[in-house]
Ligand binder design. Structure first.
Ligand code: ZN
Length: 156
């Protein structure tokens, strides 16, 4: 049985599902923070609103344009982080970035659908597509902690 091949197919379907039916697309009015991310290498764009209740990310709204990896990653991330605390989100973000930069490392079990993106780590130029949403969220959280309301991120 070629389990590796079947797994890849399953992951492809999951990525396409998030790309075609992105989660948490609804714009949040009067959000605490708005954050925009841009990846000039691929042309991916993401915008998000974050609403906090103390240390907890109460709600996230995400929309964007670009390749399927960037948009699926944003959708998968939104499902994972909504309702979590800033500390929990930082931990998940570190795990995801590690998965993207160390293709040989074991995939953490708490990354949800993002696990489907592990194969992207082998393609250096696409890693920025996958991490754009996370960098944008990270900057948004920092802005929130500084008490600012808006931020724009460019992947370098
Ligand atoms: Zn891209």
């Amino acid at each position: 049985m070629s389990s590796e091949l079947e797994l890849d197919e399953l992951y492809r379907e999951l990525i396409l599902d998030h790309y075609k039916n992105p989660r948490h697309r609804e714009r949040i009015e009067h959000a605490d923070v708005t954050a925009e991310g841009f990846n000039p290498v691929c042309g991916d764009e993401i915008e998000m609103e974050l609403d906090f209740d103390g240390e907890r990310l109460q709600a996230i709204g995400v929309r964007g344009r670009g390749c399927s990896i960037s948009q699926a990653s944003a959708s998968m991330m939104s499902e994972l982080v909504e309702g979590k605390t800033i500390g929990e989100i930082r931990h998940l973000s570190e795990e995801f970035k590690q998965m993207m930069t160390e293709p040989e490392s074991a995939v953490p079990e708490d990354l949800g659908d993002l696990e489907a993106l592990q194969g992207v780590a082998k393609f250096a130029v696409r890693v920025k597509c996958a991490t754009l949403a996370w960098h944008t969220l990270g900057e948004g959280i920092e802005q929130h902690q500084k008490g600012d309301g808006a931020v724009r991120v460019e992947e370098m």
